[in-house]
Design a protein around this ligand. Sequence first.
Ligand SMILES: [Fe+2]
Length: 318
Amino acid sequence: MHLPEVDRIRVTSIVDNFVDNLLRDQGPAKRRPRQAKSYERCLCAEHGLAECIESQAGGETFPLLFDFGATPLVYLHNLGLLLDDYRIDLAAIRTLVLSHGHWDHYGGLLAFLREKRHSLPEDAHLYAGEDAFLARWSVAGKEGRRDMGRLDEEAIAALDVGLVRVSEPRLLADQVLISGEIARRTSYETSAPGARVERDGVDMQDDLSGEQALVYHLKGKGLVVMTACGHAGVVNTVMHAREVTGVEEVHAIIGGFHLSGAPEERIRKTVEDIAAIDPKIVVPMHCTGLETIEALSERLPSKVIYNSAGTRYELVAD
Ligand SMILES: [Fe+2]
């Protein structure tokens, strides 16, 4: 599939597991300007992910919201501050993308729509994978069955947001590709054994096959691959992006790599394969885990950028 090039991509981190007000600007990463001493202006961290991504091609800007944090409290708080800081206008955002049906990505969505639906364009749409609205739980050791919740599809429809199911790669506004389902190719990026999902009344292993990544093609630089939780594996996700677009060069990998608590061997292989992909920028977020961030930083010292909620990445074409 031909993925047209864009001139500029701005990624604003709305919710992440990390907040660090003292980080320096680094390459494309511009930190949130220092704030007056007021707790009301502080961003919060939580185990979740949310971003606003604005791309630009030929003078056309295409903004979207990618995931919605874990809790209404943090998502609405951070979003309100950052929309204000960066003068992002909700009236221009008709595209919402949910990567997958886990609470740490959809947690703020319904509260956001209840509070802000009137600010979005009338034809606002939510794009999500085929399995985003299924009931999920996990089974682990002595803890037994743990409810992972379920996003209420009818509640979204009732808030007058169009729902688009995605299973195949899909181009939006001639600027960004929603990945479609990501093939599992590497031997080591396997599904979590205790993850369960209910499909058509049957309890089964949950491989989160419907998780969506976003892919941009930055002019003269290559692909920008945005993972959310990376359940398919970050290396599988990059391989998929390359295969679908036919573009080999990878400029940036940004997002959650889901390696917190992963076996050492898997972390080592992932880091080596990312090094072989040779991106210019790697921004590990959310569920990547400190061990993997440390391993990536050691292996690719000039390429890794630490994220904090509030950081804005300005990726510009050559
Ligand atoms: Fe996640």
